[in-house]
Each structure stands twice: as structure tokens, then as C-alpha cells.
Design a protein around this ligand. Sequence first.
Ligand SMILES: [Zn+2]
Length: 243
Amino acid sequence: MDERYERQIVMPEIGAAGQAQLRRSRVLVVGAGGLGSPVLLYLAAAGVGTLGIADNDQVSPSNLNRQILYGVRDVGRSKALTAVQRLRALNPEVKAIPHEVFVLRDNGLALVQQYDLVVEASDNLETKALMNELCVRAGVPLVWGAVSRFEGQMGAYLPGHACRSCVFPHTPAPGTYPTPAELGVLGASAGVIGALQAVEAVKILLRLDKPLVDKIVLWEGLWTSFEVVTVERNPQCPVCGTV
Ligand SMILES: [Zn+2]
């Protein structure tokens, strides 16, 4: 028994078999920023065997209030490559794979198909909509999240259940909604949502009892409220619809 995972293996929901399952699992994290940082750190620490990191950005000083994968020395460096080094230092047993790409419709499907689960941790609505579409097409589970200021939301898609587009069918055009740079975000808010995404990813990989399907979580930090809202699959959904 690997001492590193003692606190996980002791849990009946995980055990030695679950730990071996995590080691066999491949997760793609799209966006190595405010949400991607806690997601990647927790999944690497938990022993998820293969972690893909899709990000084509470089570390800037304004990232450091929330993107806890990086430090001052990393400013100007590739996020994907820096994240790989950080995750290897945390857990050398994890295979961390950099994908220095901006995921698009023409390169994204082949990428998604290499993984068992995708965590969408980007900062823009177009990428969120695209990752949902690609995961539905590939039949790959998705855990998505969004954060700004003192609030955030997250949910998961499994084949046969409501997808993100069932809930948010319309993606506003770029430039018509405020960017994270304009809205602002507290680093710890990204930590709240990112940690929830990591928990949900582990649950789905281990096929635990109650994955967060047909529901979304809304978190508000100033008044401290969590709300779990039930959502329904939309037969007319532009992505997963059956009509
Ligand atoms: Zn749908």
C-alpha cells in the first residue's frame, strides 16, 4: 500500500480497488488557470494516473492572485509546461501531458477522445460551449465550472443526461458579456468551485453513487449560500437534443 494514498484507501468509497482505478484514469483539464490550478493539484495529489493540460497561454503577474500552480519565477513561461513540472514535483507517479493548444472545433474532438473525462476550467463562454459539444459528441463525461467575484457555479454531464447546453442553450457573442478581467475574481472563489469540480471528477471516475447529473450547483460567497438546482434534459437542445 502506497503511504501517499493511505487517507484515501482507508475510505470504503475508494479502497485499494478505487485507488487502482484512479491510477488507470485519464483526465483532460481545459484551462490551467484559476479553476484549473486547484483541479490539477488535487487530481494529481489524489493519484489520477494521466492528466492532460490544455492551455496555450503564458503566466502573467495578474494571474498570481488565483492561479496557485504558479509563482513569481514562472511569469512569462508556458502555463501548460510549468503546470507539468509542478504536478511532477507534487506526484511523480502521475503522467502529466502538456497540450499547448487553444482547443477548437477542428482539433478538440481527437483530443477529448484520448481521455476518460474532461474538466472544463476555461475563462470564456465559447470554450465552455465547445467543450460541452465535443464531450457530448465523443460520449465523454464532462465536469464544467465558472467563477467570478464571490460566486460560481458548476455541474457535470454524463451521456444520457442533461448537458450544459440544455441549461444554457445560447452562448453570447464575444464582446457582449463582461470578461473575468472586467468582473474580477477572488482567488479563493476559484478554489471553492475548482475543489468541487475535483470532487465530482473523482466521483465520476470511481462511479460512486450519486454523480451531479441533471443538477447544477450555485455558490454565493458574500451571503454564504449553496444551492443545488435540478435541471432537465431538453429534447430540443441544440447539442444533445433528440428532436
Ligand atoms: Zn443538451
